[in-house]
Design a protein around this ligand. Structure first.
Ligand SMILES: [Zn+2]
Length: 69
């Protein structure tokens, strides 16, 4: 897990999951698995960490699948 400043960790209303939510996204996220972005577990080792997906696609840059041109 990178320490990117573009994300914050939210401790939600239950302790089942830790949500990693993009800051200043185009749409507000809710710290639930039912969020519109369909958050996914980021790492098989840490299935309790749910990674939310930014509406602006920023994460594609962070994981190296896209590079800024
Ligand atoms: Zn979300």
């Amino acid at each position: 897990m990178s320490a990117s400043k573009a994300y914050r960790r939210l401790e939600p209303y239950n302790t089942e999951h830790v949500h990693v939510i993009p800051l200043y996204d185009l749409k507000e996220h809710i710290p639930y698995p039912e969020c519109w972005c369909h958050p996914t577990a980021d790492d098989e080792e840490y299935p309790e960490i749910l990674m939310h997906h930014a509406a602006d696609g920023r994460e594609a840059f962070e994981d190296g699948t896209r590079v800024p041109s």
